[in-house]
Design a protein around this ligand. Structure first.
Ligand SMILES: Cc1cc2nc3c(=O)[nH]c(=O)nc-3n(C[C@H](O)[C@H](O)[C@H](O)COP(=O)(O)O)c2cc1C
Length: 184
């Protein structure tokens, strides 16, 4: 059986935060089943915002020469992307949005996205999934538009402080199971 490659992309600036912990748990489950796993913390990288200059449409490449270049290789080299973000003002973090905006470079080369599978991870301080609804809607629309399969959503509500998710065993159990299922 072909080994699947799973890339965790953490859009929280908080290392060891709730998004990070849930992502680790998915990766742990995936690794147990033989997947090759890797994680990137977007906040450790320099990803400049898209300028909308459309240079990429003309030359095939973004004019920004930053860490998105190496990240593109990792994205290309993985079948499953775990996309994680906390809710910041009813939306994703700025770094996660900057990362997604840079996908614009592939607007004319959609085959980059074909066959990719996404697991969405969201952590919110507020209880109730309504805080996450815009992020869910955004990711649903983007994945549908680009032909990416949105496979699972893990929404962890009512977690405010770093590591609060450790008090939510049901969320961590789901994350581990989602990770284990990726290879089946
Ligand atoms: C700038 C900022 C804005 C936030 N806005 C919201 C919000 O709109 N709704 C909400 O439920 N939680 C909000 N939160 C709380 C975070 O979503 C929550 O603390 C989450 O657990 C952080 O995840 P992390 O540990 O992965 O960073 C906000 C936190 C920050 C720092």
């Amino acid at each position: 059986m072909k080994q699947i490659r799973v890339l965790g992309i953490v859009g929280s600036p908080r290392k060891g935060g709730n998004t990070d912990i849930i992502t680790d748990e998915i990766l742990k489950g995936a690794k147990e089943k033989g997947a090759r796993t890797e994680k990137v913390l977007l906040n450790d990288l320099t990803i400049k915002p898209c300028d909308g200059c459309n240079v990429c449409f003309k030359t095939g490449e973004c004019k920004h020469k930053d860490d998105f270049i190496t990240l593109k290789d990792k994205l290309n080299d993985s079948e499953v992307w775990i996309i994680g973000t906390p809710v910041y003002w009813w939306g994703p973090t700025a770094i996660l949005k900057a990362f997604i905006d840079r996908w614009y470079e592939y607007e004319l080369k959609r085959q980059f996205f074909h066959g990719k599978r996404v697991i969405l991870v969201i952590a919110s301080g507020g209880s109730g999934e309504s805080y996450s609804r815009h992020i869910i809607g955004m990711i649903e629309d983007i994945t549908q538009y680009l032909g990416i399969h949105l496979e699972e959503k893990i929404v962890c509500t009512g977690v405010s402080r770093r590591g609060d998710v450790k008090n939510k065993p049901e969320v961590l159990k789901k994350a581990l199971e989602v990770g284990r299922r990726l290879s089946s």
